[in-house]
Design a protein around this ligand. Structure first.
Ligand code: APR
Length: 309
């Protein structure tokens, strides 16, 4: 079987670590791209030099030239700026949408058949930009957020209960922002509803911590934001697409009709496989969950309205 080709644009913290996780999983050959000269080649070489120790045979290269990305099966976009002090949310949207737009134009030119996975924040807005600019069908464009938010909730539950992370399943839908919606009714430990194992107060505590998890790490790191878990979540989604595993993972997907929405990217459970977003699964939401989800969609729509594409 021919190897898959994966391009990661933005060889910063998230991009480079995604390359490492994907290499460890031998998902394919990986091209790291960045605007900083030399840096992607340096990181690619460093990862390649780790490969004999870990025993993976992915070819990993770095470049500043999009020509080298030609014929990719999957393109992951982590390129962007972090919000700096004094920068408004709108400034960040302007800057990062400009970057994502330029990146997408380049990657689509060389890889018209690729799946696009967007990681750049604000995620739900940037995935919309990528889709709009790419001209790709919506099932080939997906945003990484719910996989990370759910992993964080799973980690907190396992820490709280002293049980294996492997047995904890969790579902976080909505936007990748304060308004995200952790769903306790769809969170279980080996099939046991979480409400049978944890008090309401403890459940609220882990759900609040999940909503603030990105900020918790920023305040500890002082400079920069999380990258180990975000990059692991990228690799998890990449594996499901490239190996056609058809996992059900919450992802930012284009909902037009689904959940009664009219053309917005938002985190919902998705079957991810070789066809990209093969199915958006409409789970039943009670009144409270639906209100929280609608509130999250409203926040995303407000940000999308600020875009000048
Ligand atoms: N083309 C290619 N690469 C670019 C461009 C561009 N036009 N503009 C910026 N970059 C690169 C930067 O040079 C940098 O190497 O994107 C990389 C971003 O990496 P980091 O600053 O280390 O940021 P990181 O922590 O990896 O986060 C990347 O993912 O989780 C989100 O909020 C996060 O939006 C951010 C993104």
């Amino acid at each position: 079987m021919a190897r898959k080709k994966i391009t990661i644009v933005g060889a910063g913290h998230v991009g480079a670590h995604a390359a490492l996780w994907m290499g460890l999983k031998e998902l394919g050959d990986i091209v790291l791209v960045d605007i900083v000269e030399g840096m992607p080649a340096g990181k690619a070489l460093d990862i390649k030099e780790a490969s004999p120790i870990e025993g993976f045979d992915s070819i990993i290269t770095g470049t500043n030239d999009y020509k080298d990305t030609e014929g990719s099966d999957l393109v992951v976009i982590t390129a962007g700026l972090a919000r700096k002090p004094g920068m408004s949310r709108s400034d960040l949207i302007d800057k990062n949408s400009g970057i994502v737009k330029a990146v997408v134009e380049n990657v689509v030119k060389y890889s018209p058949d690729a799946h696009l996975m967007v990681v750049t924040n604000p995620l739900d807005v940037m995935v919309y930009v990528a889709w709009k600019v790419s001209g790709l069908p919506p099932h080939r464009v997906v945003g990484m957020a719910g996989a990370l938010d759910s992993a964080r909730l799973r980690a907190f539950i396992s820490m709280e209960l002293g049980v294996s992370v492997e047995d904890v399943q969790a579902m976080v839908i909505g936007g990748h922002a304060d308004e995200m919606v952790p769903l306790k009714r769809y969170t279980t430990v080996s099939g046991i509803p979480i409400e049978q194992l944890m008090s309401e107060e403890a459940i609220q505590r882990v759900m609040d911590r999940t909503r603030n998890a990105g900020g918790e790490i920023v305040s500890l790191l002082k400079t920069g934001s999380a990258y180990y878990a975000p990059s692991a979540a990228v690799a998890e989604m990449a594996e499901s697409i490239l190996k056609d595993k058809k996992r059900i993972i919450p992802c930012a997907a284009y909902c037009d009709g689904k959940y009664g929405l009219d053309g917005v990217f938002v985190g919902v459970p998705v079957r991810l496989g070789a066809g990209g977003v093969e199915e958006i699964i409409e789970i039943e939401l009670n009144e409270e969950e639906r209100a929280l989800f609608d509130n999250s969609v409203k926040a995303i729509k407000g940000l999308v309205a600020e875009l000048n594409l």
